[in-house]
Design a protein. Structure first.
Lengths: 246, 357, 388
């Protein structure tokens, strides 16, 4: 256990010649909820995907729960067990039932027995309020239901940190709130969350800190009250004007 | 009155639309129908009306030239199907072929479509086939591979190639799409080179050339060398098919598996391969069909497969005029199997395109 | 050390090294064992044998060949034979295949029936079986003594098909064919480039001029290559047990041509059918709305689109069909493969000859694929915003 859940220092990432992330310094404390927002192409998804090594950073350090993120395969595996991820496109496994989706990784990676894994999975499915869908296939569920299953699937691995990569961007408007409700519930239970999203209402309600990124840099970070009502940078003001204007 | 007039008989209007829509269409229909009728009538005459049936009627057949001599089939079918297999043991050969047929039919039943059941089914079927053919166990007399022949040799080669080639093709496909550049490029080169070569030359090389360049312990029997060569060829084609199936899987699937902490083999075995195979099922069945047909090439290398045994059956002085009938008989055997399998593949394809959106 | 083993970079490097190294090791072992075996058998390795005389005959050859010719020449004859077979069988297969494919999508019930029967019949039997079948049929034709010529000069006999021929050297025929092919390519290229200037009358006149010039040049080439003291056209005439004059197409060559053309046509028909089915209905609807006649809709809209859609698959099919010409060995047609295998039997230089065989096929296949891919790139639908 270290004092910070996520600790990033001077992190730089390049895609070939393109400098995607520039000198990122970020700390996330245990139990803290951080929302990252910004225009498209700002590097917010790249940043969050670097944390669990779906993308590789070229310079700087990242540490999750004190474990350094480098080339050591054991470290990578452990970090992926500690951090759960929810994707924009849900990425549920279409050839398995909901229950199998949730129990696959606990059984293979955490070596749980089928009974243990299923019990834990059913409890999380009840948490996200769709226990009755356990034996259906992802294609038979609505988008909102699929995303809630994706959250339950990530939770079944008992992560300490949850990473959300634009979880509601692919949903029809009427389904966004059911997913956000689940995320708010998670936040209230004290989960450490890093969330990339455009949902400013959610940010205002739940976040401890809001971070604004543009062009691969962190422009501004502040608690939500200060961020929304009194942003200091011009870029932030322009962005907020565009997003909140409608 | 007008209501009744609009409703012409639906069957008649369909015929009109499909066959007689325009004057040009009507002419084509009539011409083709006449041509088809002529062909069918001549064939019918040759194959049924003027044909000679029954056992051992080669003298009659020779005298009666414009009819088919099905007596050839009645007399010589054993040689065609079983080759030089000893007469008393031919029931074993027949039984072995039936076993493989059952395996093939069961493979099409979705119940068996799991990573454990399908290989198990094939391994069990193949081992049973081998024991039946070879003997040496359970009180069956031993019959070495050299005396196998006819349909059972064809089936044996086909089953062995598939059994060996499928795991090999998965390995090739995984190597080909590896993230490690040297492995991916080398594999791509190997696969492309092997796919550019004619199958016959690969079989020939493995049969004739390989004994030169292999250490003595690795040489093995010519039959098994050819099977290995064919299996590698099969694996290269099948690897590309599987790779196509993998490319059709959304990128997010593997990312989700990675994010859940699943290791490489877990990801491949539980997430990537099941979906890849589902995507690649119709081309895979097509590949099996082609493989079965191309098995007949081994006759050129000197193996006594069904084509060679057919030619042997029609090769004696008694029956040398019946070569066409022999080809028709062997052709029918191939046709039945190949046609059913490709129909099944088409059915699968239709069913799968309905299911996906 | 521990951190080294666990490091992903080290693992990846190690895996790659092991893989490439393993393959290299296998190749090296095979080379060493091969060399040891050759020495034990007292045979020389290397390509010196190519200069030796073969001492065996080749039944069909486009260039001069005798038993005194070298191995190198024999191999050349084999390659030319394969290319010749491919150059004739593949276009015929394409024509028949496109015709059957069109029949299957024509909407005329009878045509579809005949087309489907053709495809199912010839796709579901092995090629070698079909080859042997046609060969047996051709051998069963009446002997030259009993055969009556049809159509004034074509004799179908069991010893070959005799057709009237022109007494010119093979080289001049080759040059004439080259001229025609070049004219065809030039016409296509000109057509593609000049489309923006829609002076249709002028371009069509230019094209006619081009074709006329090409035909004239071809005729002149063949006239120059005339064999002296013979008639221009030689018609096969019965002479005793045989036919004299004309060109004899041996049953082997004819069987290979028929079998490969028909088998290829069955596969090409399926590919073409898929191409036609992939054309969105809206294309025909738009063409009809513009008032185009059905023939124009077919020849200017649907057929070009279908070809562009299926070109990559067709290229694969052509490469595969060319490889299928090796089947000629089953009836002793002296194609590339047969020459190599005979050479192996006679000279024992197995490894070198197999290398030549594989190298030859690789070169031919890659060149063919490369040329066809250039054609594909030239004609494919351009742009990224297609709604088709």
């Amino acid at each position: 256990m270290s004092d910070q859940a996520i600790s990033i220092r001077s992190m730089n990432k390049y895609y070939g010649g393109f400098h995607a992330l520039k000198d990122i310094d970020l700390d996330v404390a245990h139990g803290e909820k951080v929302v990252i927002c910004g225009p498209s192409g700002s590097g917010k998804s790249t940043l969050i995907r670097c944390i669990n090594r779906l993308e590789e950073h070229q310079a700087g350090t990242i540490a999750v729960n004190g474990i350094p993120l480098d080339d050591n395969v054991d470290n990578i595996d452990e970090i992926r067990r500690e951090a759960g991820m929810v994707f924009q496109n849900f990425n549920l496994f279409p050839h398995m039932t909901i229950l199998e989706n949730c129990t696959l990784a606990p059984r293979l990676v955490r070596k749980q027995t089928r009974e243990e894994a299923e019990a834990i999975a059913m409890s999380y499915l009840e948490r996200v309020k769709i226990p009755e869908q356990a034996h259906k296939y992802p294609g038979e569920l609505s988008g909102g239901q699929q995303q809630r299953v994706a959250i339950a699937r990530a939770l079944c691995m008992a992560p300490e940190i949850m990473l959300f990569d634009e979880p509601t961007s692919a949903l029809d408007p009427e389904m966004i709130s059911e997913v956000l409700d689940v995320m708010v519930g998670l936040a209230e239970e004290g989960m450490t969350m890093v969330c990339v999203t455009h949902e400013m209402g959610f940010a205002r309600q739940v976040a401890d800190r809001v971070i604004f990124m543009a062009d691969g840099e962190i422009i501004e970070q502040a608690p939500p009250g200060e961020f929304f009502d009194n942003p200091s940078s011009e870029r932030t003001k322009t962005f907020l004007g565009q997003v909140l204007g409608h | 009155m007008t209501d009744l007039a609009i409703q012409s008989a639906p069957a008649l209007s369909k015929i009109k639309k499909h066959y007689f829509a325009t004057p040009l269409n009507s002419t084509i229909t009539v011409l083709l129908a006449a041509f088809t009728a002529w062909v069918l009538w001549s064939l019918f005459n040759w194959a049924f009306l003027d044909a000679i049936w029954g056992y051992g009627k080669n003298e009659e057949c020779r005298a009666h030239e414009h009819g088919a001599c099905w007596s050839f089939v009645a007399t010589r079918w054993r040689i065609v199907l079983f080759g030089l297999y000893p007469f008393e043991e031919q029931w074993r050969s027949a039984l072995a072929c039936i076993v493989m047929l059952i395996v093939a039919v069961l493979s099409c039943v979705p119940v068996f479509w799991s990573a454990k059941r399908l290989p198990l089914l094939w391994v069990v079927g193949f081992v049973t086939f081998y024991i039946l053919m070879r003997g040496g166990f359970f009180g069956l007399t031993t019959v070495v591979e050299r005396d196998w022949g006819g349909l059972s040799l064809t089936v044996f080669i086909f089953a062995a190639v598939c059994l060996l080639g499928m795991p090999l093709s998965i390995l090739f496909a995984l190597l080909r799409r590896s993230e490690l550049p040297w492995i991916a490029r080398t594999m791509a080169l190997l696969i492309d080179v092997i796919r550019s070569l004619p199958l016959l030359s690969i079989m020939f090389t493995f049969a004739i050339v390989l004994p030169f360049v292999l250490p003595d312990w690795a040489i093995g029997d010519k039959l098994y060398r050819v099977i290995v060569g064919y299996a590698i060829f099969f694996a290269c084609y099948q690897a590309e098919i599987i790779r196509g199936g993998m490319q059709a899987i959304p990128v997010g699937q593997e990312e989700a598996a990675k994010a859940l902490g699943m290791g490489y083999w877990h990801r491949i075995g539980y997430i990537v391969l099941p979906q890849a195979f589902r995507n690649a099922l119709p081309p895979t069945i097509n590949q099996f069909v082609i493989t079965f047909k191309e098995t007949s090439l081994v006759t050129i290398i000197g193996f006594f497969d069904i084509l060679a045994s057919g030619r042997a059956a029609a090769g004696t002085a008694d029956w040398s005029f019946a070569t066409i009938e022999m080809y028709v008989f062997v052709g029918l055997l191939f046709f039945v199997f190949v046609f059913s399998l490709s129909r099944y593949g088409a059915y699968l394809e239709r069913r799968m395109s309905v299911g996906s959106r | 050390m521990q951190s080294l083993i666990k490091s992903r970079r080290v693992r990846e490097a190690g895996l790659q090294f092991a893989f490439v190294g393993g393959i290299a090791a296998m190749v090296i072992i095979m080379v060493l064992v091969g060399r040891a075996n050759l020495e034990a058998q007292g045979m020389t390795s290397g390509l010196g044998f190519l200069e030796r005389a073969t001492g065996w005959r080749i039944s069909f050859s486009l260039i001069d060949y005798s038993t005194n010719s070298t191995y190198a020449r024999a191999i050349l004859v084999g390659i030319l034979n394969s290319l010749f077979l491919g150059a004739i069988a593949l276009p015929i297969a394409t024509i028949i295949g496109v015709a059957v494919g069109v029949m299957r999508t024509s909407g005329n019930g009878m045509a579809e029936l005949v087309g489907t029967t053709f495809v199912e019949l010839f796709r579901n039997a092995p090629l070698i079986l079909q080859l042997l079948f046609w060969y047996t049929l051709l051998l069963g034709l009446p002997s030259p003594r009993n055969a009556e010529p049809v159509l004034g000069g074509i004799a179908l006999t069991g010893r070959g098909i005799y057709i009237p021929g022109i007494n010119v050297t093979g080289a001049s025929v080759f040059v004439a064919v080259l001229i025609m092919v070049a004219a065809f390519a030039l016409a296509l290229w000109l057509g593609a480039r000049r489309w923006p200037d829609i002076h249709l009358q002028r371009t069509s006149r230019e094209r006619k001029l081009l074709w006329a010039l090409a035909v004239l040049a071809a005729i002149i080439a063949m006239w120059i290559g005339r064999i002296p003291e013979t008639q221009l056209v030689s018609v096969p005439e019965a002479a005793g047990l045989n036919y004299r004059g004309g060109i004899r197409i041996s049953p082997e060559l004819m069987a290979c041509l028929i079998a490969i053309a028909i088998y290829g046509a069955a596969y090409i028909a399926e590919i073409v059918r898929a191409g036609f089915n992939a054309i969105p209905k809206g294309q025909s609807e738009a063409a009809r709305a513009l008032g185009l006649s059905p023939w124009y809709i077919f020849s200017r809209i649907r057929l070009p689109l279908a070809i562009r859609i299926v070109m990559p698959t067709l290229i694969n099919q052509y490469v595969w069909l060319f490889k299928a010409t090796t089947i000629g060995i089953a009836i002793s047609f002296t194609d590339f493969f047969m020459v190599i295998s005979t050479a192996i039997n006679q000279s024992g230089q197995t490894l070198e000859l197999i290398a030549i065989l594989m190298g030859g096929f690789l070169i031919i296949n890659y060149s063919m694929a490369w040329v066809l891919n250039r054609v594909n790139d030239a004609i494919k639908l351009k742009g990224t915003q297609l709604r088709i």
